[in-house]
Design a protein around this ligand. Structure first.
Ligand SMILES: [Zn+2]
Length: 256
């Protein structure tokens, strides 16, 4: 058997799959690959951008939460952490196996656990973790996981040839929620401030400011012109109408 002719990645892939007993599959038709179906789903978005989804329990049913990562020559940049605490390391392993990159930066977009759960795990793994100072204040008050580094104002990050901006447009889902804007690639990473086209209501309003949410979305529409992709915190991310849909849901809520 000409075993030595197997490419290194195949050997690593087989080795890892055997080691972790995690099932991996590639589906070229949908460009979706499953790292552990139903626990950690990873989909190609565009170019070097990928969406990962883990699940948490909300009102007794499993709810998907979306995060994103960007692969650069310097390493991967993660936006938000898995909600599911069992998936912190599988996500790092999946990125290593598929892209041969370590994660070097992780930025959480508000203080809720579906964004921040993995911050301390990733900090211990040597990843530079970030939130805004406002998020950190809330995380400390609510006993959520905290980042190592704080962002004090809207900030442009440059990693390799990529550039993106953290943008605080105002309160909405929470007082501290930020979005991430990739002006060149026209990708708006909205987090839980932006509702999926699939959403039929505003979701968890425990920390929300519905009155300010609309003006906040309008400021995002004004700054982030013609996004090609809008990534909401939960559910489908296949619609460019997610911002206007969020405004509609806010409107419905205020007039019911
Ligand atoms: Zn959320």
């Amino acid at each position: 058997m000409r075993y030595h002719c197997l490419p290194l990645w195949v050997i690593l892939f087989i080795g890892f799959a055997a080691y972790s007993q995690t099932s991996f599959s590639n589906n070229p038709d949908s460009s979706v690959f499953l790292a552990a179906p139903g626990k950690l789903d990873i989909s190609h978005l565009t170019g070097n951008f990928y969406i990962y989804t883990t699940y948490g329990m909300y009102k007794g049913t499993p709810v998907p939460a979306n995060g994103m990562y960007l692969v650069t020559p310097q390493g991967a940049v993660m936006f938000d952490t898995p909600w599911d605490t069992t998936q912190f390391q599988p996500l790092l392993d999946s990125i290593m196996i598929r892209h041969h990159k370590k994660v070097i930066i992780c930025i959480a977009t508000h203080f809720h656990e579906d964004r921040t759960n993995g911050l301390e795990y990733y900090r211990r793994a040597g990843i530079k973790t970030y939130t805004t100072r406002q998020t950190d204040d809330s995380s400390r008050a609510r006993n959520e996981k905290r980042a190592e580094f704080l962002i004090y104002k809207d900030t442009v990050f440059k990693v390799g040839q990529f550039s993106f901006e953290t943008y605080y447009a105002g309160p909405g889902h929470t007082a501290d929620n930020i979005v991430i804007w990739f002006e060149k690639e026209k990708i708006l990473y909205g987090g839980c401030l932006v509702k999926s086209i699939e959403a039929t209501d505003l979701g968890n309003l425990g920390d929300a400011n519905v009155k300010e949410w609309g003006p906040t979305i309008v400021r995002i529409q004004t700054k982030c012109i013609d996004p090609e992709y809008i990534i909401p915190g939960h559910d489908a991310w296949n619609s460019k109408e997610a911002l206007s849909h969020t405004l509609e849901l806010i409107n419905n809520y205020e007039h019911k």
